[in-house]
Write a protein that binds this ligand. Structure first.
Ligand code: C2E
Ligand code: MG
Ligand code: MG
Length: 291
């Protein structure tokens, strides 16, 4: 019980204490059960990749897609990534899972290209745990070699917190990836805790404006102001800007009026299984009436 309380205290941050309560152990048990079934999920191939298209505002064409992980639990149904990725990170399971996502996305994108579908990059979310691995570059390069996907069709999504460490090592690492042809997007822009200096140090090609800013525009004047400032900042730094979580025509209009380049959101399509993504790629554009 003391161990459970200690675990709970650590989980809530540094310099804390907790008294044991029975609810803690049920939470701990639940976590343990989830951990066990996540291990099994990896072996039993219960994890699945969904794909969400990204659209260029000017043309209505699909210019990219993001890979989003799903866990189809036999009893609990679909478990969203926000529920199991933190657990996968704590247990180290994120490394085999992340490697599988990387391999599978490169393989799938190459397969679509070989079928004659449009050649577009696939974006993969990297966890901070993966980013800290010293063999990350080799792992990615190996996935590209083994699947035959050209590096320019792979984008890695990082978050601001991962780039807080502007060490020479990280700057060199990202530059090495750029030389290989792999590009970087900055995910959830504006939500992390960091200074902006990393924006000029790291070779980042795209800024992804977080959906929390998009949700209530144009009514929410402060978020609208943050979005238009982020678009100008990104453009001045030579980046492409993509808005996440665009659900309404109003939000779309705002993005278009403020020279945002690209959109990702339910207005066009949710993240879909590979068969549905393939159909979208065959069409190569999404509802142009919206434009
Ligand atoms: P993210 O990378 O910021 O992904 C965008 C999230 O927004 C996705 O949630 C997507 O389904 C959701 N979304 C897209 N369009 C809309 C919209 O119009 N409205 C709303 N309300 N939401 C929208 P999802 O799939 O639940 O993923 C959540 C997070 O889990 C991702 O956030 C990413 O950080 C993480 N994640 C997903 N797949 C992976 C993975 O393979 N590896 C790692 N390390 N993290 C992943
Ligand atoms: Mg992402
Ligand atoms: Mg995001």
């Amino acid at each position: 019980n003391a161990d459970t309380a200690m675990y709970c205290s650590k989980h809530n941050g540094r310099d804390n204490f907790e008294f044991f309560s029975p609810s803690m152990s049920s939470q701990a048990l639940e976590r343990l059960a989830l951990e066990g079934s996540l291990r099994k999920a990896v072996e039993d191939k219960e994890l699945q990749i969904f794909y969400q298209p990204q659209i260029q505002i000017e043309t209505g064409k699909i210019i990219g897609m993001e890979a989003l992980l799903r866990w189809k639990h036999p009893n609990l149904g679909m478990i969203p990534p926000n529920k199991f990725i933190p657990l996968a990170e704590e247990t180290g399971l994120i490394l085999p899972i992340g490697n599988w996502v990387l391999e599978e996305c490169c393989r799938q994108n190459k397969e679509w290209q070989d079928k004659g579908l449009i050649n577009i990059p696939i974006s993969i979310n990297l966890s901070a745990v993966q980013f800290r691995q010293h063999n990350l570059f080799d792992t990615v390069q190996q996935a590209l070699i083994s699947t035959g996907l050209r590096a320019c069709y792979l984008e890695l999504e990082l978050t601001e917190n991962m780039l807080m460490d502007c060490s020479e090592y990280n700057v060199t690492l990202l530059k090495k990836f750029r030389q290989l042809g792999v590009s970087f997007a900055l995910d959830d822009f504006g939500t992390g805790y960091s200074s902006l200096s990393y924006l000029s140090r790291f070779p980042i090609s795209r800024l992804k404006i977080d959906e929390s800013f998009v949700i209530d525009i144009p009514e929410h004047k402060n978020n609208a102001a943050i979005i238009s400032a982020a678009i100008s900042l990104g453009h001045d730094l030579g980046m492409t800007i993509i808005a996440e979580g665009v659900e309404t025509k109003k939000q779309f209009n705002y993005m278009q009026a403020h020279q945002c380049d690209e959109i990702q959101g339910h207005l066009f399509s949710q993240a879909v299984p590979k068969e549905a993504m393939e159909q979208l790629l065959e069409k190569n554009y999404l509802d142009c009436n919206l434009l």
